[in-house]
Design a protein around this ligand. Structure first.
Ligand code: CMC
Length: 428
C-alpha cells in the first residue's frame, strides 16, 4: 500500500500524504495542494471528494455494505429499535439499559411543542407540501430556544438541544399530517414509546381510544432504522456545511430537510409511487416505461433506481422489499402497484442499460408501498424519510462541531467573462 502520493505538474513534483480509514479506504490528503502548487481540484458533484473524516457510518457501495458505528444494518433492522439506533449514532456505543431508559425518557418528556409554534403552523394552507412546512417549522423552533443559538454552549446544553429536536420533530410531522386531512392536532402522550406516540398523534382521534397496531409499529420502526444515517449524502453534507458556519442545530436540520426534498434524494419515495400509479393507469406496460427511461431524448427516469454510491445493490432495499411483502400480508392490504414494482424491477435488472450502469432499486423503491399500507398519503413520504434521517443529521452535526471542523468553503474554477470596462448601456 502506498504511503505517499506524488503529483507531477509539468516539471514540478509534489509529495502528498495518504490517509487510510479504519476499513482500508485510501485517500490523498490534498489540504496543502494549493499552497504547494497553486492548483485546486475540480470534482463536480463531489464524486471523488472525501469531505470529512467520520466515525459514524461505513458504506461500501461495491459490496453493498452499510454499518452504523460498525454494526451491520441487517442486524440493527432485525434486532434493534429506532431509539437505540439513534443513541448509537449520537454517542457511538449501544446504550446500557439505564442509558436507554434515561435517553428515551428525556425524549418522551420533550415531545410537547410550544403552543405558540401553532400560530406559525396555522398560517400554512392545508395543501402546502409537508416538506416546506417541516423545513419552516424546524427553523421556527430555534426562535423558542434562543440559548441554542450560542455556538459555544455547554456540552449539556448541546445535548438538550439534540434531545429537543429528536422529540419535537415527530410531533411537528404529526401536525402536518393532521392538517392535510383537516383533523385537529393531537398532543403527545407520555405512556407511549417514540414510534407508538408518533402513530397516535398522526392517526389517533380525540373521540376514541388509540391502540397502536404492533405490525405497524414494527414496520415503521424498521423503516426509520434503515433511513437513520447514510454518511455524506446530499442532505447530511448540507447539515454539516450549514453547521460549519456555527449555525445552530435547528437551522442546520432545516437545511437538511430542504436538501432532502429534491426528487433525486429523499423526494424520490413520493415520485416512485406517482410513477407506479402512472404505469398502472397506462395499462401496466412496464417494458414501455423501461424503454422511456433508457431514451436519452426523454427525461423520464425510473425513480427509485440507481444510487451514487451503491453499484451492486442497496442493502436497505433488500430489507425493505422483504418487509413490504410481510407487512402487506399481515395487514391484509392488497396494493396493485406492488406487482407493478416487482415487474419493473425484474425487467430492468435484466436490461443491459441498467446492468451496464449498475442501476439497482434503492431504499426509496419499496418504502412508499409500506408507508401507503400504513395509511400515509404520498406527499408525507419524504417527511417520514426526514424523521428517520434526523438522528444521522444530528450525529453528523455533533461530530463536526466536536471536531471543531473549519467552515466549509469550496473553491471554484471561474468560467465567466474576464475583466472588461463598464460602459453605460441601460442607464441614461
Ligand atoms: N433511470 C434511468 N437512467 C438512470 C437512472 C434512472 N433512475 N439513474 C441513473 N441513470 C443513468 C444516467 O442517465 C446515466 O446514464 P449515462 O451514463 O448514459 O449518461 C448513468 O445512469 C449514471 O447516472 P448519473 O445520474 O450520472 O448518476 P449519479 O450518481 O449522478 O445519480 C441518482 C444518482 C440517485 C441521482 C440517479 O441514479 C437517479 O436520478 N435516480 C433516480 C432518483 C432516485 O431514485 N433517487 C433516490 C436515491 S436513494 C435515496 C437517497 O439516499 O437519496
Amino acid at each position: 500500500m502506498a504511503d505517499k502520493a506524488f503529483i507531477k505538474l509539468g516539471e514540478k513534483e509534489v509529495e502528498l500524504p495518504i490517509y487510510v480509514g479504519t476499513e482500508g479506504e485510501e485517500s490523498i490528503d490534498i489540504n496543502k495542494l494549493r499552497d504547494l502548487t497553486g492548483f485546486v481540484t475540480l470534482d463536480s458533484g463531489y464524486k471523488n471528494t472525501g469531505a470529512t473524516k467520520s466515525g459514524i457510518t461505513f458504506l461500501d457501495g461495491e459490496l453493498g455494505i452499510l454499518r452504523y458505528r460498525g454494526y451491520p444494518i441487517e442486524q440493527l433492522a432485525e434486532k434493534s429499535n429506532f431509539m437505540e439506533v439513534a443513541y448509537l449514532l449520537l454517542y457511538g456505543e449501544l446504550p446500557t439499559n439505564d442509558q436507554f431508559v434515561d435517553f428515551t425518557d428525556r425524549i418522551t418528556h420533550h415531545t410537547l411543542v410550544h403552543e405558540d409554534v401553532k400560530q406559525f403552523f396555522d398560517g400554512f394552507p392545508s395543501n402546502a407540501h409537508p416538506m416546506g412546512q417541516l423545513c419552516s417549522l424546524m427553523c421556527t423552533l430555534s426562535s423558542f430556544y434562543p440559548d441554542s443559538l450560542n455556538p459555544n454552549m455547554s456540552k449539556e446544553a448541546t445535548d438538550l438541544t439534540i434531545i429537543r429536536i429528536l422529540a419535537k420533530m415527530a410531533t411537528v410531522v404529526s401536525w402536518i399530517h393532521k392538517k392535510s386531512v383537516g383533523h385537529p392536532i393531537m398532543y403527545p402522550q407520555n405512556k407511549y414509546d417514540y414510534v407508538s406516540n408518533f402513530l397516535y398523534m398522526t392517526f389517533g382521534m380525540r373521540t376514541e381510544e388509540y391502540v397502536p397496531d404492533p405490525v405497524v409499529v414494527d414496520a415503521l420502526d424498521k423503516l426509520l432504522i434503515l433511513h437513520a444515517d447514510h454518511e455524506q449524502n446530499c442532505s447530511t453534507s448540507t447539515v454539516r456545511m450549514v453547521g460549519s458556519s456555527q449555525a445552530n442545530a435547528y437551522a442546520s436540520v432545516a437545511a437538511g430537510v430542504a436538501a432532502l426534498w429534491g426528487p433525486l434524494h429523499g423526494g424520490a419515495n413520493q415520485q416512485v409511487i406517482e410513477m407506479l400509479e402512472i404505469i398502472k393507469a397506462d395499462g401496466g406496460n412496464v417494458a414501455k416505461f423501461v424503454e422511456k427511461a433508457k431514451d436519452k431524448n426523454d427525461n423520464f427516469r425510473l425513480m427509485g433506481f440507481g444510487h451514487r454510491v451503491y453499484k451492486n445493490f442497496d442493502p436497505r432495499a433488500k430489507i425493505i422489499k422483504e418487509a413490504c411483502d410481510n407487512v402487506l400480508n399481515k395487514l391484509g392490504v392488497f396494493d396493485p402497484v406492488l406487482d407493478i414494482a416487482k415487474q419493473l424491477e425484474e425487467v430492468a435488472l435484466k436490461d443491459p442499460y441498467f446492468v451496464e450502469r449498475k442501476l439497482y432499486p434503492n431504499v426509496d423503491f419499496y418504502s412508499g408501498i409500506i408507508y401507503r399500507a400504513i395509511g400515509f398519503p404520498t406527499e408525507m413520504f419524504t417527511v417520514l424519510f426526514a424523521l428517520g434521517r434526523l438522528p444521522g443529521w444530528l450525529s453528523q452535526w455533533k461530530e463536526m462541531r466536536e471536531a471543531n471542523e473549519p467552515i466549509g468553503r469550496p473553491r471554484q474554477i471561474y468560467t465567466g467573462p474576464t475583466v472588461r470596462d463598464y460602459t453605460n448601456i441601460a442607464i441614461r
